[in-house]
Design a protein around this ligand. Structure first.
Ligand code: 5GP
Length: 253
């Protein structure tokens, strides 16, 4: 499918105009960044895995009635999505303490939270995506009260879905981040899950061993990121068991 002109260059994805008005092509790159892009690398095969995994989660959400921007996967690295206006918030859902929450409250990573906690960060790399309250969101007009009610409900439904799917393959969903977009249909707007859902934006721990199978492997130098993401994809049946498409050819001299 012919790509139009590039409309956005992100850290892990580029966006191009799609073939029809109101569509966008998301191109998944191999670039990995962390700590507000202070740490960066290129990880062979990451984009291919995230394209597949995000497709898997978005399609599953659609099947249980949670609207998403996903239309179809086009090839190894590209997917066609609906154009939407991204609400400038990172919506984070946490089931166990980890990362910034563990640090903020002095909790041991892995402590189960009394109930899922939903929190919001203002999407601005130059500020390091600061945590914000609903007061900020209302005062600055980033989202209406009706939007916030819908966002909370979507976030919790995504959490139940992802946590269940992961539990089924022996993985604990520690936390995740989603982005929400507005799609306009005539005079109406609808909120959809946008961007991507992948091990780049979730924390996933093996239930038995506690092994990390997410971007913390890169953030904390814990091993090979592609191996971790491939393991998630393999367990979910997204990649055939014996597929090794991510490995570089071995050079024989
Ligand atoms: P934390 O606030 O603990 O750093 O992150 C909470 C969860 O949200 C983690 O699963 C993390 O991967 C995800 N997350 C937070 N901010 C970002 C971001 O800017 N990009 C991505 N890909 N994920 C994020």
């Amino acid at each position: 499918m012919a790509r139009g002109k590039k409309i956005y260059e992100g850290k892990a994805k580029d966006l191009f105009e799609g073939p029809e008005p109101g569509t966008i092509i998301q191109y998944f790159k191999d670039d990995a960044t962390a700590f507000n892009a202070e740490k960066r690398d290129v990880i062979d095969g990451k984009g291919v895995l995230n394209n597949r995994l995000s497709e898997y989660f978005m399609v599953g959400l659609g099947q249980i009635g949670v609207p998403t921007h996903f239309l179809k996967r086009l090839n190894m690295r590209e997917q066609l999505v609906r154009a939407c206006e991204i609400i400038p918030l990172e919506v984070i859902v946490r089931n166990y303490a980890a990362g910034s929450l563990a640090k903020r409250l002095g909790l041991e990573e892995g402590t189960q939270l009394p109930r899922p906690i939903v929190e919001y960060s203002y999407k601005d790399d130059s500020l390091g995506d600061p945590l914000v309250t609903e007061e900020y969101i209302a005062a600055f007009g980033w989202a209406s009260q009706q939007d916030m009610d819908d966002i909370l409900s979507i976030a919790l439904r995504v959490n139940d879905f992802l946590a269940g799917v992961m539990y089924g393959v022996g993985i604990k969903l520690i936390d995740f981040k989603i982005e929400i977009g507005r799609v306009y249909e005539g005079d109406f707007q609808r909120l959809v899950v946008a961007d991507e859902i992948s091990p780049d934006s979730c924390r996933l721990w093996d239930i038995e061993s506690g092994q990390k199978l997410d971007k913390d492997v890169f953030r904390r130098d814990l091993g090979n990121l592609t191996d971790a993401y491939s393991e998630v994809a393999r367990r979910l049946g997204v990649l055939p068991k014996n597929a090794t498409p991510m490995q570089k050819p071995t050079l024989i001299n």
